[in-house]
Write a protein that binds this ligand. Structure first.
Ligand SMILES: Cc1cc2nc3c(=O)[nH]c(=O)nc-3n(C[C@H](O)[C@H](O)[C@H](O)COP(=O)(O)OP(=O)(O)OC[C@H]3O[C@@H](n4cnc5c(N)ncnc54)[C@H](O)[C@@H]3O)c2cc1C
Length: 247
């Protein structure tokens, strides 16, 4: 469990008056889960930062620590990886210049349907999705270059494309999904079915523990029924698939 201050315990004790909470015992019973589900959960748990290594450069600033080792040396992209992204980035740049009119999008408040189609055709909705699931299979660094390019042209399209595959369905599934989930959803999102992420509620934002939306299994166990309300869901009105945070 992370401390709200997101810095190593020793540092918090030395530099602040905050009390360190002991991590709670595991509360998730994995014994009745299917093998794939259990493995996905274990992977997610293992991905938590180790106790002594947690915290980013920025979060450490809040406890007065300037840990430049966390940001230097600035990681350089290899020539090989850069070359792998070049073809897509050139296509993306040409597409934006020729087909996306940022002023028109700002005026109308709508991204035209043909832009959704055109971006899907060049693979912009599955940049990091592996080729075997229908994506481009590019690296995080090339994804970052695409985000810079999109942001330099139109912030609306940048938000559409990035929310879709960073907080939307693609990235959580790539990191923690079962093989069955990946095969079912990744080709859909890489092909242009828009995805979104629903966490925020009226009384839950920075602190997701206060959220109240519930997911109840149906009596026959075939689906979950969601009861509650979400807001500020980027891509929400366009999405065919969503990641929904629920109790
Ligand atoms: C453009 C945009 C797109 C968004 N897209 C999505 C989306 O796709 N899906 C989604 O679920 N949500 C989305 N959100 C919502 C966003 O995630 C929330 O705004 C965010 O989680 C903060 O929640 P809040 O606005 O309720 O602020 P609060 O949580 O009420 O925070 C208010 C202020 O208090 C500070 N604060 C809160 N807790 C602490 C603390 N413990 N210690 C110190 N300071 C604290 C915060 O930093 C902030 O300054 C979007 C928001 C914006 C602006």
């Amino acid at each position: 469990m992370k401390s709200p201050l997101e810095a190593p315990d020793k540092q918090i004790v030395e530099e602040t008056s905050a009390k360190i909470e002991k991590p709670a015992a595991a509360v998730i019973d994995t014994s009745k889960m299917a093998k794939g589900q259990r493995e996905a959960l274990e992977l997610a748990e293992a991905a938590r930062d180790p106790l002594e290594d947690r915290g980013s450069f920025a979060s450490n600033l809040f406890v007065g620590r300037y840990d430049f080792d966390r940001i230097y040396p600035y990681p350089a992209q290899s020539a090989e990886d850069r070359a792998a992204g070049e073809e897509f980035l050139q296509k993306l740049e040409s597409y934006l210049r020729e087909h996306v009119d940022p002023d028109e999008i700002d005026r109308t408040g709508e991204i035209p349907p043909e832009n959704f189609k055109g971006l899907a055709e060049i693979g912009a909705f599955g940049i990091k999705v592996p080729k075997k699931y229908g994506g481009l299979g590019l690296s995080q660094c090339n994804y970052g270059r695409a985000a810079v390019l999109l942001g330099s042209w139109d912030e609306n399209v940048a938000a559409l494309v990035s929310a879709h595959q960073s907080i939307g369905v693609a990235q959580p599934l790539l990191l923690f999904g079962t093989e069955e989930q990946k095969q079912k959803y990744l080709p859909r999102v890489a092909g242009g079915e828009i995805s979104a992420f629903a966490l925020t509620e009226t009384h839950a934002g920075s602190d997701p523990a206060t959220m109240s939306l519930r997911a109840e299994p149906s009596p026959d166990g075939s689906e979950f029924v969601l009861n509650g309300e979400k807001l500020w869901c980027t891509n929400g009105v366009k999405a065919g698939v969503l990641v929904v945070m629920a109790r």
